[in-house]
Design a protein around this ligand. Structure first.
Ligand code: G3D
Ligand code: MG
Length: 210
């Protein structure tokens, strides 16, 4: 283990209801794809440690509790976000069309210092399904038109591209955050609460106190 301090990065996941935001986070952090999780966890965020080069990065991944249906996420959700993951469902066209709104909403609510270069990542989820309505070309064109946002086609069900997507999120976010003064560094990050019984990854679930 490196003696360097750990970097804590806040990542928020946004997109229409049912696109798979909660499933993506649960699969990435807890390696589980199940419905039970949603009703039992009740957490505002999960954390996961990843390495970017020789730097330990603690991703604090914030998921909504379903309030996105009413576009009524509270300020605490957006506050201090270092990165934003925009998710749509490849099999439902209108979830792709919503990306513009979610991006604008994020920039309005979070008001990052450098909106042009803010580290967004777009995930076209449910690639395991056959009935896609959004082509790769179309999604890539949208991402390119938004200052080259990285784009991944993922499956929370069979884990396609999940590691690659979150590794990109971690490295791009760290790069951006290190250029400003936003990144929080810890010598002694508190021991994470272990989620689940057989959990091998260093992950935790917390409720927001705000
Ligand atoms: P949300 O958090 O964005 O609202 P959820 O979305 O994570 O609750 O997922 C909504 C539904 O899509 C769930 O189905 C979930 O199992 C399914 N889902 C999520 N990701 C994938 C994926 O990559 N592939 C497939 N095939 N299904 C996925 P239910 O039936 O529980 O509503
Ligand atoms: Mg959800």
């Amino acid at each position: 283990m490196t003696s360097k301090k750990r970097a804590l990065l806040k990542v928020v996941i946004l997109g229409d209801s049912f696109v798979g935001k909660t499933s993506l986070m649960n699969q990435y952090v807890n390696k589980k794809f199940s419905n039970q999780y949603k009703t039992t966890i009740g957490a505002d965020f999960l954390t996961k440690e990843v390495m970017v080069g020789d730097q330990v990065v603690v991703l604090q991944i914030w998921d909504t509790a379903g309030q996105e249906r009413y576009q009524s996420l509270n300020a605490a959700f957006y506050r201090g976000a270092d990165s934003c993951v925009l998710v749509f469902d490849l099999t439902v066209q209108k979830t792709f069309k919503s990306l513009d709104n979610w991006k604008e909403e994020f920039l309005f609510q979070a008001s990052p210092r450098n909106p042009e270069n803010f580290p967004f990542v777009v995930l076209g989820n449910k690639i395991d399904l056959e009935n896609r309505e959004v082509t790769t070309k179309r999604a890539q064109a949208w991402c390119q038109s938004k200052n080259n946002i990285p784009y991944f086609e993922t499956s929370a069900k069979d884990t396609t591209n999940l590691e690659q997507a979150f590794q990109t999120i971690a490295s791009n976010t760290l790069k951006q955050a290190s250029q400003g003064t936003d990144v929080e560094l810890y010598n002694d990050f508190p021991e994470p609460i272990v989620f689940g019984e057989n959990d091998e990854s260093k992950s935790s679930a917390k409720r927001c106190s705000c």
